[in-house]
Design a protein around this ligand. Structure first.
Ligand SMILES: *Cc1c(COP(=O)(O)O)cnc(C)c1O
Length: 413
């Protein structure tokens, strides 16, 4: 079998055209003719399946080492379809720090359908076990599934897929992993015991901020059949042109990710040494310090291109963000261009402030999604924005001084 980078480029054979085209055709047809009334055609109606979508679905199933792949109109549509295989009364243990839209889907949508979700810190394996077991005395049955993300957002904590899967399976719970932040290039959760892998393909897989898409991959035929039913009946499928955008993005995944990681590590080190930065969250830092932190043991081959940091007290993080010129001020991540955002006001604003602070998302926290630009331009951009924020802070201090103590200031002049 071809190695991973070769699979990215041509893992699936392009053998359904008579032209020799090296790329698969985009089939923009909603319906497919029958040979006769009695015939059983491979394709009949494009929601149920079409060749362009099937190509992408086979591509992601191969890369994630699963049996069956599914393409959806967004990451959340994929998550919705996966959660819809459960039934009222089922209980799912959910990572305490999952993507906001996922949190809302669990708590504001599925609770109405009787699906119960219990949050847990998935880096605390004892807590995971306690949550999965339930409480027989109180009539709380063992969980039906554990749902979490490979690396949490925006604090970049690494979850141990194999260890969590081991616990879940002991109690018969399924393991569902959102692998958006690391992609199959850096970790294949199904190999570590997960049952279903999810992606917002909007991010690294498509990689160019030009398409919204979701993917799911299942480990066995039974789960595959259940998820196919959900995809076909809920109907949130990805359109052929979008399927092709994701297919093309995947071909350059490894090249992009290599550069993004290299840039992210250099930026993390720069920020760590910067006097106006108080903390830097990037798992690659610990590992490059020699204290491997067990991340390799957790199955990760790299740490991706997202990092976050807190500015020192007295520095306004908005002033840093407003002064960036190469980084764009925007949510989302995983694309060729670098993005910066303020979680407490942008990606995580829906969380009540107390809850945010409890899980460590302070008002000073800035998240970066590092792109493929020259890292020196990115570092210079951050440097000048931090300088500008300091001038801004100094200006405010002077103003405060002049308004509270005008006489003193006059003396100084
Ligand atoms: C963006 C994202 C999602 C949601 O995906 P959409 O494509 O925006 O629907 C889910 N999980 C994670 C980790 C994400 O970053």
């Amino acid at each position: 079998m071809a190695r991973f980078n070769t699979q990215l480029v041509h893992g699936c054979p392009v053998n359904d055209n008579a032209t020799g085209a090296v790329n698969p055709p985009i089939y923009n047809s909603s319906t497919y003719a029958f040979d006769s009334v009695d015939s059983v055609p491979r394709w009949d109606y494009a929601r149920s399946g079409n060749p362009t979508r099937e190509f992408l679905e086979k591509q992601i199933a191969q890369l994630e080492h699963g049996t069956r792949g599914f393409a959806f109109a967004s990451g959340l549509a994929a998550i919705h379809a996966v959660l819809s295989i459960f039934k009222p009364g089922d209980r799912i243990v959910v990572g305490a720090n999952v993507y906001g839209g996922t949190y809302s889907l669990f708590n504001e949508h599925f609770t109405r359908w009787g699906l119960r979700s219990d949050p847990v810190d998935t880096t605390d394996l004892d807590a995971v076990e306690t949550a999965v077991v339930g409480d027989a005395k109180k009539g709380v049955a063992p969980a039906k599934a554990v749902y979490f993300e490979t690396i949490t957002n925006p604090l970049l904590q690494v979850n141990d897929v194999a260890a969590i899967a081991g616990i879940a399976h002991r109690y018969g719970a399924l393991v569902i992993v959102d692998n958006t932040f690391v992609t199959p290039y850096l970790q294949q959760p199904l190999d570590l015991g997960a049952d279903i892998v999810l992606h917002s393909a909007t991010k690294y897989l498509a990689g160019h901020s030009d398409v919204i898409a979701g993917l799911a991959v299942t480990a066995g035929e039974d789960l595959g059949g259940r998820l196919y039913f959900a995809q076909n009946r809920l109907g949130g499928v990805l359109a052929p042109t979008e399927c092709d955008s994701v297919r093309r993005g995947i071909q350059t995944l490894a090249l992009r990710m290599d550069r993004q990681q290299e840039n992210a590590l250099a930026i993390a080190r720069y920020l760590l040494a910067h006097p106006l930065v108080s903390t830097v969250h990037y798992p690659g830092l610990q590992s490059s310090d020699g204290d491997g932190h067990g991340d390799a043991a957790k199955g990760l081959r790299g740490f991706g291109g997202v990092l976050s940091f807190e500015v020192a007290k007295g520095i306004d993080p908005s002033a840093v963000l407003d002064n960036l010129h190469v980084f764009r001020l925007a949510v989302s991540l995983g694309a060729v261009e670098s993005l910066a955002e303020l979680p407490c006001r942008m990606t995580h604003f829906e969380l009540p402030r107390e809850e945010r602070l409890r899980i460590g998302i302070t008002d000073e926290l800035i998240r970066l999604s590092v792109g493929i630009e020259d890292v020196d331009d990115l570092i210079e951009d951050l440097g000048q924005a931090l300088d500008a924020a300091r001038s801004h802070a100094d200006g405010r201090a002077d103003e405060a001084l002049s308004s509270t103590a005008p006489a003193a200031e006059a003396d100084e002049r």
